[in-house]
Design a binder for this molecule. Structure first.
Ligand code: ATP
Ligand code: MG
Ligand code: MG
Length: 575
């Protein structure tokens, strides 16, 4: 853990542990419950993104750190299409991030995987109770009247003419709503609180509505569905959640969260202590958008190549880009958790990735913008083996070898016919070291009719090979990488960069499509050190002098990897 990061939720949990607030709880079988139970409750209506990763890390890590447990719960009370696909990718994403909802129970591990739709009977029974106890009623106003009568900020609303209808009448209507006797919107169940409350969320909020829609898990069993603000506190209480963390926009919903649980505790449905909602600042990341609707637009309009496009801030996109679970956890740890909204720079996310990959990624040589280098005094059929460490700081990881031959590929930018000031690489008359190989002196170049350089010539010093005694006699400033043109692995490399050129593509009423970075993806053919031929999908390398690259997990084939640029070695944005 990073000592600099702060997380105010830890203080809150520690205070609750010290006071013993949740210490003596038991479940329905009288078994003791851990004093910290959190949950991650996505709606299965889209792909998870980096913002969700913050919520996942926060909930699962706090549970782990305080010997509690975190429930994986689908908040699937809202019937929508294709939800099973989302359920599957969400479970995958959470697992991949390194978290697990199986926790040790009395008789072995227990899967704490829940679906709010499994509680439909309970939501219903509790709503019947609220109506019976006079805490809720069926409203039959039109949607327009209901909106009008809700009032505005600073101005009280008006009671519905149906607010004081007899309990028996509300109950009968509610049962008939359930039985399918009415059309969508004909009636709605509302909590009876206060139409003059300064908090709009307390002006008789809706708790149940009619919706003739097919649900991906309950099919057509229901035609009424609970509202999110009513269902959520009940889900938490059913699962004995102690700490219910949500983003700041739910702060004004907290009084209703508490109202629901208090009323139901009075009714004997729940025992105290009740779950406690606490809000934290959502993640806002520069150079990214995290609105589900806009991410969908990027996919549907084919601005990106699908949900797992390596430029997408989705978990599947980050994974394909080459992010590791550890780098995302490190990022979440570094940004901490606070109660004030703020922006986190994309550089922080990329920095966490560099810090994680630097220690892990084996090194390799890749020439991305190839230019031919011919060593004129190198025998035609000679091949000399060169040796390089797999990782410069981890000699125990061994060495890699690759051959040097007469014709090589070097980077275009490592030669200048007329050098600019301070240029130490190849230019006629200058000496450089071919990394892990020999020192060469540039003798000239060949050009095509248009004057473009098509090959560079040099001669080598046979006694200058790296690792031999003679090499010490050569002091050169330039040190360039290369691959043998007869042994190189030709590979497709996708040079990804940030999807947006604007730090805040999604704010101030801007059209985020105007903020796209026109060079966020460039596909090139590069020449790689031959050993990378057998790179496994998802395997990451540092291409020396270039950055980190990953063998694409979708398009790589055995013996024919395709690489994605994960991130450059240094942050060059905004510099
Ligand atoms: P929707 O607009 O569909 O409600 P959502 O982003 O809120 O989208 P959920 O599936 O409801 O999606 O989110 C699951 C959990 O992830 C919630 O608890 C929410 O607070 C959290 N979460 C979502 N976006 C962020 C974010 N940017 N930063 C931190 N937490 C987030
Ligand atoms: Mg949602
Ligand atoms: Mg939501």
């Amino acid at each position: 853990a990073n000592p600099a990061s702060s997380n105010f939720l830890k203080g809150l949990i520690e205070a609750d542990l010290a006071s013993g607030k949740y210490a003596k709880r038991t479940d329905s079988l009288a078994h003791p419950l851990p004093p910290v139970i959190t949950r991650f409750p996505p709606e299965p209506n889209g792909y998870l993104h980096i913002g969700h990763a913050k919520a996942i890390c926060l909930n699962f890590s706090l549970a782990r750190d305080y010997n509690g447990r975190c429930h994986m719960r689908f908040d699937d009370t809202n019937p929508t299409k294709e939800e099973q696909e989302y359920v599957d990718t969400i479970l995958d994403a959470v697992k991949w991030l390194g978290f697990n909802w199986a926790h040790e129970g009395l008789a072995g591990p227990v899967e704490h995987l829940y679906y709010a739709s499994d509680y439909f009977d309970k939501f219903y029974a509790m709503a019947e109770y609220l109506i019976s106890a006079g805490h809720a009623y069926v409203d039959s106003q039109s949607a327009d009247d209901m909106a009008k009568n809700r009032g505005n900020f600073g101005e009280p609303g008006k009671n519905s003419p149906f607010r004081d209808r007899p309990v028996a009448e509300s109950l009968d209507l509610f049962r008939r709503m359930k039985a399918g006797e009415f059309k969508d919107g004909e009636h709605i169940v509302r909590a009876k609180i206060d139409m003059a409350s300064p908090n709009m969320n307390m002006r008789d909020p809706a708790i149940y509505r009619i919706r003739h829609a097919h649900h991906h898990r309950t099919g057509d069993a229901w035609c009424i569905y609970p509202m999110y603000d009513y269902a959520h506190p009940i889900e938490d209480a059913i699962e004995n959640v102690s700490h219910s963390f949500c983003t700041l926009e739910f702060q004004d919903h907290r009084p209703f969260y508490e109202w629901v649980l208090e009323r139901l505790a009075e009714g004997g449905f729940f025992r105290k202590p009740l779950p406690q909602q606490t809000e934290f600042a959502r993640l806002n990341l520069t150079y990214a958008i995290t609105s589900k609707r806009k991410l969908l637009q990027l996919v549907e309009e084919k601005i990106v190549d699908g949900w797992d496009d390596p430029r997408m801030p989705t978990i599947v996109g980050l994974r394909r880009r080459g992010y590791t679970p550890e780098s995302i956890q490190l990022f979440c740890d570094r940004i901490g958790v606070s109660k004030a909204d703020s922006w986190i720079d994309m550089g922080t996310l990329e920095g966490a990735l560099r810090d994680d990959l630097d220690a892990k990624a084996p090194r390799g040589v890749a020439v991305l913008r190839p230019l031919k280098l011919i060593i004129d005094n190198f025998p035609d059929d000679l091949t000399v083996e060169c040796t390089a460490p797999v990782h410069p700081h981890h000699p125990e990881r061994g060495h890699r070898t690759f051959p040097i031959t007469k014709e090589l590929w070097i980077e275009e930018e490592d030669f200048m016919e007329v050098p600019s000031k301070g240029y130490f690489r190849l230019f006629p008359g200058n000496k450089v070291r071919l990394r892990y190989g020999y020192v060469v002196e540039c003798t000239g170049c060949d050009k095509d009719e248009s004057g473009r350089v098509i090959a560079v010539h040099c001669s080598y010093f046979p006694d200058s090979k790296s690792g031999t005694e003679g090499s010490a006699n050569y002091k050169v400033k330039g040190n360039i990488h290369w691959v043998s043109s007869s042994h190189a692995l030709e590979a497709e490399v996708r040079m990804y960069d940030r999807l947006f050129a604007d730090a805040m593509p999604d704010s101030g009423g801007k059209d985020f499509k105007q903020a796209l970075n026109p060079s966020s993806k460039e596909v090139i053919t590069a020449y790689l050190e031959q050993g990378m031929k057998h790179a496994m999908p998802d395997e990451k390398f540092q291409f020396e002098r270039h950055g980190y690259f990953v063998a694409d997990r979708v398009d790589s084939k055995a013996g024919k990897p395709v690489f994605n640029r994960v991130v450059t070695l240094k942050d060059s944005w905004g510099k």
